[in-house]
Write a protein that binds this ligand. Structure first.
Ligand code: ATP
Length: 657
């Protein structure tokens, strides 16, 4: 249900604040998470019951914040320190001991004091022995009147010193001091450990290599043991983003750790001396929060996923929220939070708040929604803040946010801007006149890089049709980086061609070229443009070059919605085109900046006929084509009174209503 929402300007101006400084920022991290109410409730429940969680969703929407907020709800179980002790019976199997939080440091200190005392005692005994030997030598020399006896006494003392000081058995008192692997203070919160991207050693623990493995110079095995993140997260939360990128062996190890709640530490590098060492099992009783985008579920170790599902929850986080009073307030709270977190930038005045909310509307890609890709929006807040600071301003204003938007353009946008300039110079596309078989398609760049902002580009498409050499043996010859997409699009809509043109494409060779495409251009939504270019070429009807278009074509000729329409319309404006055809179902998703409004005529299309009516220039051939189409439609009506509604499939995700 779409509700009527006040304009952002009116809404912000009514707020009872001067700047975001007047906004209360909640203390609890959980209350700082915006727009993830459903995921928040589940995560809270999971924390209270110590259950594992899989969080799936777009990057920068608050997954790690949710995971981190869990530590405030974990049951107050006793935190533990973990110590590793030498094992005199088997030095390569150090012993593990857990003690209440804070005790670990005390134990280590006691052992250190003991070691210091023993060392001092030993030094004293050595000095006493040396002194006695030298004294005896001197006495003997006097009694026996032989100076050489003094020399022998000094030699004997030196020998004794060497023997006692460098005796590997008694030399290293410190070798008996345990090492603190995991330590806490008694009042600490349960730990939150982010293990995203950690290699095996950091994740599971490791035993360092020892270059001196004998001769009394070696470092005892237990001193070389290092705790892994799974151990550091004992009694707390272990967060792993992009879990699917972990090596299968590591995912398997995590599964074992989850089952056993203990995992021994051994050297991870096979060739290192550490590989010979394996500790007793080390406690690792953590709550696992695994996160990732939609691909993560598919590529995750099935047994690990099943374990988490069996003992926890799976949640999809939202990537946008409704644009209403409550959520706008949350967005203002978000700006205040980001400012306080940054500590270096000033607060935002009302004009700046208006710009940020409008940007959140635009980045959602949907009318009446606000984006939740808040990490990137936070980036905009910081750049705007930096601009204000550089101008020695005490508040951030609209001008700073607008300047930040230009300054903080994603790489894709910067590359696209350059490519438009080049295309304009070399005229790889036209903005006026008419040409047979040439269409100004629109595409997005960087959609696969996980950016929340789409960058639009004009994607000129040229089609040429020639009769096939043999009947029924026509080929689709598509060049350019998007060749495969073109072939697929033509094949998918071959029925539409037949319906509209009455000609069978299998009797023709169809050549399609995407002009000047480069890495990263997404052409999935170009099927309407491809179809228009091909029909224009088959029917020899010129296409109006001041028109741009985007849309996906169904096998029945319906124009289906696509992503990134706002960015595509902006690209058409920047390129100097007059009209842009968009899928009707996307029409309301277009949110243009003030400087783009009314710069182009936006024409919604429901079917390919709607597209052709606008794109093809008026001519007797066009009339004939439409006569044919209306005959076909009338004939179809006699057989089947109504066509079922077209399914709308804009984007994935289970966003809160
Ligand atoms: N829902 C949100 N509420 C408030 N702030 C948010 C939210 N989502 C993101 N942010 C801001 O973006 C930053 C990064 O968010 P976070 O690390 O939680 O994202 P994520 O979903 O874990 O992303 P990724 O999967 O890329 O790690 C946060 O520190 C916060 O400043």
């Amino acid at each position: 249900m779409e509700e009527n929402i006040e304009s952002v300007e009116e809404w912000v101006n009514k707020l009872d604040i001067e700047t975001t400084k007047d906004i209360h920022v909640p203390k609890l991290l959980f209350d700082q998470v915006i727009g993830q109410d459903q995921a928040g409730e589940i995560v809270k429940k999971a924390a209270l019951q110590r259950r594992h969680v899989i969080l799936i969703g777009e990057p920068g929407t608050g997954k790690s914040m949710l995971a981190q907020s869990m530590v405030d709800f974990l049951p107050k179980s006793e935190l533990e320190d973990i110590l590793v002790f030498p094992n005199p019976e088997d030095p390569n199997k150090p012993k593990i001991k857990t003690v209440p939080a804070g005790k670990g440091k005390e134990i280590v200190r006691q052992y250190q004091i003991k070691a210091e005392r023993e060392k001092r005692d030993r030094s004293r005994s050595i000095m006493f022995v040396i002194f006695s030997v030298v004294l005896l030598g001197i006495i003997a020399a006097i009694v026996l009147r032989s100076i050489t006896l003094i020399f022998f006494a000094i030699m004997a003392a030196a020998f004794l010193y060497m023997a006692m000081a460098f005796n590997p058995v008694i030399r290293n008192e410190r070798a008996m001091v345990p090492k603190l692997l995991v330590s806490h203070n008694p009042n600490d919160k349960p730990p939150f450990v982010d293990s995203t991207g950690a290699h095996s050693g950091a994740l599971l623990g490791d035993v360092r290599h020892d270059p001196f493995q004998s001769g009394g110079l070696e470092t005892p095995a237990h001193e070389r043991v290092e705790a892994g993140n799974i151990h550091k997260a004992h009694k707390g939360v272990l967060f792993i983003d992009e879990i699917n990128l972990l090596r299968p062996e590591d995912q398997q190890a995590i599964l074992t750790a989850l089952q056993e709640k203990k995992y021994p530490i051994s050297g991870q590098s096979e060739r290192s001396a550490g590989a010979m060492v394996q500790t007793e099992p080390v406690p690792c009783d953590f709550v696992l929060v695994a996160a990732g985008n939609y691909d993560a579920i598919r590529n995750m170790h099935p047994a690990l996923r099943s374990r988490i599902r069996g003992y926890g929850y799976e949640v999809v986080v939202n990537d946008y929220m409704d644009d209403n009073d409550e959520n706008r307030r949350k967005l203002v709270q978000f700006i205040a939070q980001e400012v306080e977190k940054d500590k270096k930038i000033p607060h935002f005045d009302k004009s700046a708040i208006i710009e940020v909310i409008k940007e959140a509307q635009k980045r959602s890609g949907r009318r009446n929604k606000l984006t939740l890709r808040l990490r990137e929006l936070g980036g905009l807040v910081r750049v705007a803040g930096d601009i204000a600071v550089s101008q020695k301003k005490t508040v951030v204003t609209a001008a700073d946010v607008i300047a930040a938007k230009n300054l903080a353009k994603p790489l894709e946008q910067q590359i696209a801007d350059r490519s438009i300039e080049i295309k304009k110079i070399y005229k790889t596309f036209r903005t006026e006149g008419s040409v047979v078989g040439m269409v100004n398609g629109l595409a997005v760049v960087g959609a696969d890089t996980g950016m929340s902002e789409y960058t639009g580009v004009v994607l000129p498409i040229v089609a040429e049709v020639t009769p096939a050499e043999h009947k029924g043996a026509g080929n689709i010859i598509a060049t350019g980086k998007l060749g495969d997409i073109a072939k697929e699009a033509v094949l998918n809509v071959s029925a539409v061609f037949k319906k509209l043109t009455g000609k069978d494409i299998s009797n023709m060779d169809i050549h399609i070229q995407f002009v000047g495409t480069y890495e990263g251009v997404e052409g999935d939504s170009a099927s309407v443009s491809i179809a228009t270019a091909v029909i224009s070429a088959i029917e020899n009807i010129p296409v109006d070059q001041s028109v741009a278009m985007t849309g996906s074509l169904s096998v029945r000729g319906d124009v289906l919605p696509v992503g990134g329409v706002t960015a595509k319309v902006e690209a058409a404006i920047e390129a100097g085109l007059n009209k842009v055809i968009v899928p009707e179902l996307n029409y309301s998703d277009i949110i243009l900046d003030a400087d783009h409004v009314n710069k182009i005529e936006i024409i919604p299309a429901k079917t390919i006929e709607d597209v052709l009516r606008v794109a093809l220039v008026n001519s007797p051939e066009k009339e004939k084509l439409f006569d044919r189409i209306s005959n076909l439609i009338n004939a179809a009506k006699i057989i089947k009174p109504q066509r079922p509604a077209t399914p709308a499939t804009t984007r994935a995700g289970n966003n809160a209503a």
